[in-house]
Design a protein around this ligand. Structure first.
Ligand code: AMP
Length: 305
């Protein structure tokens, strides 16, 4: 397994693969890998075949974090991640740093904290000033709760597509809105890449695997199952009653979350899985997504009902 940190080396390698006719699969991650990430690696390997190459990027992208979010304390363990990737048969791990990703050669960031230079709407004299913005699907749910988040995601993913030149890129259904936006970005901007979406891997009690679950200490871990319980409750309602008003289901979810002493509902939405447009009557096949603070940790989950 190769470990690549520089953009020049990554692009050189990707071009070599392309010239050799190898199919390239990419799994973008922020590291602190878990079985969910590794299931995407497996899916990428399936897609590119034995002779293809699978690249995993590990990069905590400052631009997708808001000023009050957990960028600096986001869990990191590169040594462990590298071992997991090696064991999973990954060919290349791309681990750039902020300087590589967001600083023009020879330029300098005006502050050591990259979020002070990037991600803000103010124009600052930095080495980076071009963003990719999806303007429709990004407005609701995560986009409404985290206004600059998707701009950071689409920008970094577009950069990764240009650096790794993947034929296939695999994303998790865990971040349904993100995967939908990336699929739209790839289509709108004609990236020659097939976007695959792999199912959400869950713990035994239904909690969706996430690097942020590490924050759930003490009694918070048990309370975090309220996201999965809410999905189950909505699913059971829709199964029994065929169609149910979204407003009523939202109230029921709010009540369920309020039963947990340290949980606070950020949003819950019912929507069409392709357009992400909200539905007023929830039927089978509709999608549900919610964000819940459990203590200080913000968790998200979603599922088809
Ligand atoms: P992250 O490192 O959290 O940015 O996630 C990297 C990729 O892994 C994204 O495409 C996520 O949707 C995906 N992912 C995260 N958690 C899971 C999970 N529990 N099951 C499947 N995929 C996941």
């Amino acid at each position: 397994m190769q470990r690549v940190a520089s953009i020049a080396a990554m692009q050189r390698l990707a071009r070599q693969w392309q010239r050799a006719g190898k199919h390239i699969g990419l799994v973008p991650t922020m590291g602190y890998l878990h079985a969910g990430h590794l299931s995407l690696v497996k899916r990428a390997r399936q897609a590119v075949g034995k002779n293809g190459v699978v690249a995993v990027s590990i990069y905590v992208n400052p631009v997708q974090f808001g000023p009050k979010e957990d960028f600096s304390k986001y869990p990191r363990d590169l040594k462990r991640d590298l071992k997991l990737c090696r064991d999973a048969g990954v060919d290349v791990v791309f681990v750039p740093d902020d300087r590589e990703m967001y600083e023009r050669r020879g330029g300098s960031l005006s502050s050591p904290d990259p979020r002070k230079n990037l991600g803000s709407t103010e124009s600052r004299p930095t080495g980076f000033s071009t963003y990719v913005v999806e303007e429709r699907l990004s407005r609701t749910m995560e986009g409404a709760a985290r206004p600059t988040h998707f701009r950071g995601v689409t920008t970094v993913v577009a950069k990764l597509f240009n650096l790794v030149l993947p034929d296939v890129a695999v994303f998790g259904a865990k971040d349904w809105q993100q995967a939908t936006i990336i699929r739209r970005m790839a289509a709108d901007l004609n990236f020659p890449v097939r976007i695959l979406v792999a199912p959400t891997l869950r713990e035994r009690d239904g909690l969706a695997m996430s690097s942020r679950n590490k924050y759930l200490t003490g009694g918070l871990r048990a309370q975090a199952t309220v996201l999965w319980c809410s999905i189950q409750m909505a699913r059971a309602t829709v199964k029994k009653l065929k169609a149910f008003p979204a407003a009523g289901l939202k109230t029921a979810v709010k009540k369920l979350v309020a039963c947990e002493p340290d949980a606070r509902l950020d949003y819950v939405e019912f929507f069409d899985p392709d357009t992400l447009l909200p539905v007023s009557k929830v039927k089978r096949g509709a999608h549900m997504a919610l964000a819940v603070f459990v203590g200080k940790t913000r968790l998200i989950d979603n599922a088809r009902l």
